[in-house]
Design a protein around this ligand. Structure first.
Ligand SMILES: NC(=O)c1ccc[n+]([C@@H]2O[C@H](COP(=O)([O-])OP(=O)(O)OC[C@H]3O[C@@H](n4cnc5c(N)ncnc54)[C@H](OP(=O)(O)O)[C@@H]3O)[C@@H](O)[C@H]2O)c1
Length: 435
């Protein structure tokens, strides 16, 4: 067995994640000691409120309300950020870095807006700054990209990065139920923090993608600047139609590296049923990566929750501890920031499925396809159906479009709306290109 070495660390925050991590740490610390020779010790816990009753089994002397008690204590070289939000966490993390405390962060909101600033600050102070637990699940995508794929050029990376959204869409698809039905599920509140709001709006995926964009491509983008659509607009009918045409609907985060810029977007996407991403069920996540040397590669794992997050935090604790022992001067600087711009969504070229509810009369399909053809939009197939809505007969025109610029598709839909033949909202979904 290797020589035993002791590392003391602090927890910043002791809420759902902080307490959950602590419990898992207590279960795993002996295993880690035996496996790695590193004896990890929880030295302090930073919290905010004095009037909260803390778990009885946690020694009261561990708690502090002063960040300086950790930042100024040189016997605590690592802090784990389990606080939420941007401020005052940003200031607290910087205080830790100034005090030579290495940072492992699980704080998604902070990293999705301040990644560049913190990593520069950490570099200036020669401090390790590890971000992967902020992903909220157990997928070690950042580590794979930075280490295993270091010799590769990553052409594209896309995947299911929101476990809760995936759970909801998957239930709707497999059980043929409405989103309202799924939202009643007792499983949802257990999956993560503030899920009902964050995931539904799609902001959760955007935060994760901004962190991944920094890690995989060196893109410095605030999550608020990422084109992001949540799952709110996906209906049971959308699922039924998608299935009928050979697709599933997944909330995908998509990143592509083009010569003129990066494409980054999050939205519900039609994925061909034979694509491996459609086998990502329940609250699982997956990232599909295409590189020059490796070809296609998929990482799959649990997407939400304290346990998978704790698994990554413990890995990073061991990692930083090893670095401290092996060569504290030789730091790992992750982020090679890329100057290439992020393309506006208008400039993205992709394929679409469009569903137009319209009057049921001869010639309607021709009128619609003429408008699309007149705008140089390449239709790959058109299907017409008739259905009943509240006793009225409605025609449905389903159109599949190949590789068209977003801006062109959106302006053409405006022209179709102006024809006054629609009977309800036009629905469209972008389709995952798999070439
Ligand atoms: N929950 C998960 O499964 C999960 C998974 C992955 C990542 N995360 C991330 O982890 C972070 C925390 O999530 P959570 O669900 O554990 O949140 P939470 O339950 O609200 O806990 C937040 C903790 O931070 C402390 N805190 C807040 N402001 C502080 C301040 N100014 N100074 C010191 N301490 C402060 C709170 O102190 P008090 O106890 O005194 O209120 C509390 O202990 C978030 O960034 C989240 O994105 C969570």
């Amino acid at each position: 067995m290797p020589r035993e070495r002791v590392i003391r660390f602090a927890l910043l925050g002791y809420g759902k994640l902080g307490q959950g991590f602590h419990k898992i740490f207590l279960q795993k610390k002996e295993h880690i000691r035996v496996q790695t020779g590193i004896k990890l010790e929880l030295a302090r816990i930073l919290v905010k409120h004095k009037n909260i009753t803390r778990p009885r089994q946690t020694a009261p002397e561990l708690f502090t309300y002063q960040p300086a008690d950790i930042a100024d204590d040189l016997s605590i070289p690592i802090a784990i950020d389990c606080i939420g939000g941007i401020e005052p966490t940003f200031s607290i993390v910087k205080q830790m870095i100034r005090g030579k405390t290495h940072i492992i962060s699980a704080n998604r909101a902070l990293l999705a807006s301040k990644m560049h600033a913190i990593s520069d600050y950490a570099n200036e102070h020669a401090i390790h700054f590890l971000t992967e637990p902020s992903f909220g699940g157990g997928l070690p995508v950042a580590a794979i990209v930075q280490r295993d794929l270091v010799a590769n050029r990553i052409h594209e990376l896309y995947g299911v990065v929101s476990g809760v959204s995936n759970y909801i869409l998957d239930e709707m698809y497999t059980r043929d139920v409405s989103m309202k039905e799924v939202l009643k599920s007792r499983e949802i509140p257990d999956m993560g923090e503030s899920v009902a709001v964050v995931d539904y709006e799609g902001a959760d995926s955007a935060m994760k993608v901004s962190i991944l964009a920094a890690t995989a491509f060196g893109i410095d983008i605030n999550y608020l600047d990422i084109h992001s659509e949540g799952i709110a607009r996906v209906t049971r009918s959308d699922m039924r139609w998608a299935r009928r045409f050979g697709y599933a609907i997944k909330l995908l985060a998509i990143m592509r590296d083009h010569d003129k810029g990066f494409e980054i977007r999050v939205h519900p996407t039609l994925v061909p049923q034979n694509h491996p991403i459609t086998s990502v069920h329940g609250h699982y996540n997956a990232c599909y990566i295409k590189t020059d040397l490796l070809g296609e590669y998929m990482v799959y794992g649990r997407g939400v929750g304290v346990e998978p997050t704790s698994s990554l935090i413990l890995r990073d604790l061991v990692d930083v501890s090893n670095r401290i022992f092996n060569n504290p001067k030789r730091q790992r600087f992750y982020f090679n920031w890329n100057e290439k711009p992020v393309l506006p969504i208008d400039e993205v070229v992709t394929s679409y499925y469009i569903r137009i509810p319209c009057v049921d009369r001869p010639g309607v399909m021709g009128e619609i396809t003429n408008v699309l053809g007149g705008h140089d939009i390449n239709i790959t197939s058109v299907h017409a159906e008739v259905g009943k809505v509240r006793g009225d007969t409605i025609g449905y025109v389903h159109i599949f479009i190949d590789n068209a610029p977003e801006k062109m598709v959106m302006s053409t839909l405006e022209v179709i709306r102006a024809l006054k033949l629609t009977r309800g909202a036009i629905k469209y979904f972008r389709i995952l290109e798999t070439t």
